[in-house]
Design a protein around this ligand. Structure first.
Ligand code: O2Y
Ligand code: MN
Length: 586
């Protein structure tokens, strides 16, 4: 008798009509065959075997270089369940429309069946998925990003307990590209893209969009959060989850080399992008990293910004849309040094400066997480790590201070729900535009975000020892437009204050928006910062926050009556606190 997995694969094959179907076991021998298949295409190269053993460079189609939010759909019967911040399609209409594109899409190709586990193999928090794909590049990446093959097949066995995902490159035409999620069926269909989040279905599609729906139904949390451990001089490690919109240095924070390492404060990486969290028997929220690798942005990454990842990248890594030197080594802007002569750019052309950046700005590396020197000894702990603090963040030139702590869980949910960041896309002229991105989940929540806020509020009532909630902003600028805070490894100074607050000993001062560090409560030794700059970093300007309230109210209005009452209450409370501060200072 066929298993549910085999039956689903047969159904997918009936639709897409591949020449052959190959079940992946995840072995090294199989991986070498898949890589050989990948290299048969002109768009992939093996890199320097001496300096980058087992590393490859893949060039995607130039029209397929990033996730495509406008082509990403949540397909639920009721549009209101999907909410105003997602694209909606009726499930039957989606099956009809996208089914037509998938019909025969794998003719002449191999369908690879990739069973995988998101999370440590023996963790009760982990979940299984199966991706069928016609892209060997996707298989090779999935093998790095998830626990793939035999282990997953064994876990799934005869059960129907897996999230199926059907992926085909199609013809890579953006007008025939769809990334569709069916939350009722817990099913993913993706066609027309071979890139990143669109094609590696375990990542954003399963681990966030579908998992966020499962988490709400089952009482846990699937969040767009890095997970780090901060070790103190006595060896105790405190774990924190942090959510940032893109371009806020999330990977660098997760893999930071601490500026306070000599004083005994060290940062350990558990995950760089996604956290799945359940309430443990000890009453703490326990987090696992569902992924096994990092799919990080290469440009801007160098020894000065992320030494750990740079050390990790020298073996077993797939680079996507990076440039390549004459030595067959990967190269990108920000790796350090001037572009070497003879560079081949991401489009496979001999590069010169008239051609723009040599690497695509969204060029990526896919690297096994365990290769990072910063990887936590607990990163595969089946029970996960207990989370003591959540950190929300954004890129704000003015409004948000360096760090503040929410008054309580409900206020913290409001802080997350009002998260916003300023855009950095200089190429399009869109610099400094404020974008709301609640909990950094706007593109990744698989259901109505108003209900998502409600889920956060409900979880707060259920967690006996909830994490304290903080907000950080590494990007505040002075009147001359210069960054006030050095960032990178010095961000550990802020983590140290957060840790001290968790332990009930950090000095704090109350403001209308929450608690900021008291004067001298931040460890700044070794930094040459003027007292004025520190004051400026921590300043809360009531006028800026009044404007912020206007802006967030406008955003919340999208959700109409569905917005939880508690969020409205927090909005009013903040407004009241700002007004009384204004009265006192006037
Ligand atoms: O453009 C893509 O497909 C990748 S997006 C991505 C990759 C790794 C981690 N996070 C993200 C994101 O967009 O949040
Ligand atoms: Mn992400």
């Amino acid at each position: 008798m066929a298993t549910p997995l085999e039956m689903w694969v047969e159904e997918a094959a009936r639709l897409t009509k591949p020449d052959q179907v190959m079940y992946c076991d995840g072995s090294e021998a199989e991986n070498q065959r898949i890589i050989a298949e990948m290299l048969r295409d002109a768009d992939s190269n093996a890199l320097n075997e001496k300096t980058y053993p087992n590393c490859y460079l893949h060039r995607s189609s130039p029209n397929d270089v990033a996730r495509t939010e406008h082509l990403t759909f949540i397909c639920a019967p009721d549009k209101d369940d999907v909410g105003p911040t997602n694209n909606w399609m009726d499930p039957d209409a989606a099956k009809y429309k996208i089914g037509a594109l998938l019909d025969g899409a794998m003719r002449g190709r191999t369908m690879y069946v990739v069973p995988y586990i998101m999370g440590p193999v023996n963790s009760p928090i982990s979940r299984a998925g199966v991706e069928v794909t016609d892209s060997p590049y996707v298989v090779a990446n999935m093998r790095i990003m998830a626990r793939m093959g035999k282990v997953a097949l064994e876990r799934i066995g005869n059960s129907r307990d897996f999230v199926p995902g059907l992926h085909s490159l199609g013809d890579l035409d953006p007008t025939r590209r769809y990334i569709a999620h069916f939350p009722e069926e817990k099913l993913i269909w993706s066609v027309g893209s071979g890139y990143g989040g669109n094609a590696l279905l375990g990542k954003k599609c399963f681990a966030l969009r579908i998992a966020s729906v499962m988490a709400r139904e089952q009482g846990w949390m699937a969040e767009h959060m890095l997970i780090l451990g901060l070790e103190e001089p006595d060896g105790k490690v405190t774990y924190m989850g942090a959510a940032f919109p893109s371009a806020c240095g999330k990977t660098n924070l997760a893999m930071m080399v601490s500026a306070l390492q000599k004083q005994g404060y060290r940062v350990w990486t558990v995950g760089d992008d996604i956290a799945w969290m359940k309430i443990g028997d000890d009453g703490f929220l326990h987090a696992i990293n569902p992924e096994a690798g990092f799919f990080g942005v290469a440009p801007g990454t160098g020894m000065a910004t992320n030494q750990n990842v740079m050390e990790a990248l020298h073996k077993n890594t797939i680079f996507t849309n990076a440039a390549m030197t004459t030595e067959r080594e990967p190269w990108w802007e920000g790796i350090g040094g001037a572009p070497p002569a003879g560079l081949i750019n991401w489009k496979n052309e001999l590069w010169d400066s008239s051609k723009g950046p040599a690497a695509h700005p969204n060029a990526r590396y896919t690297v096994p997480a365990h290769q990072s020197p910063s990887i936590s000894p607990k990163w595969e702990a089946p029970e996960g790590v207990p989370i003591s603090a959540f950190i929300f963040g954004g890129r704000r030139a003015r409004v948000a201070p360096l760090v503040y702590e929410a008054f309580d869980w409900q206020h913290g949910v409001f802080v997350g729900a009002t998260m916003a960041s300023e855009t950095t896309a200089a190429a399009t002229g869109n610099v400094g535009i404020v974008r709301r991105d609640p909990m950094a989940m706007l593109p990744f929540c698989g259901y109505n975000m108003a209900d998502y806020f409600q889920h956060w509020l409900e979880m707060g009532k259920r967690i006996p020892h909830p994490p304290k909630i903080f907000h950080v902003n590494w990007f505040r600028k002075d009147a001359d437009g210069k960054f006030l805070w050095p960032g990178f490894g010095d961000n550990v100074r802020v983590l140290k204050w957060i840790l001290e607050r968790v332990e009930g000993r950090g000095g704090a001062q109350e403001t209308p928006i929450g608690y900021v560090p008291a004067r001298n409560a931040l460890t700044l030794d070794g930094l040459t910062m003027r007292a004025h700059a520190v004051d400026e970093l921590l300043r809360v300007d009531p006028e800026d926050w009044e404007q912020e309230l206007v802006d967030s109210k406008e955003f919340f209005q999208k959700f109409g009556e569905r917005l939880p009452r508690e969020i409205r209450d927090e909005h009013e409370k903040l407004s009241g606190r700002l007004q009384s501060t204004a009265r006192v200072t006037r």
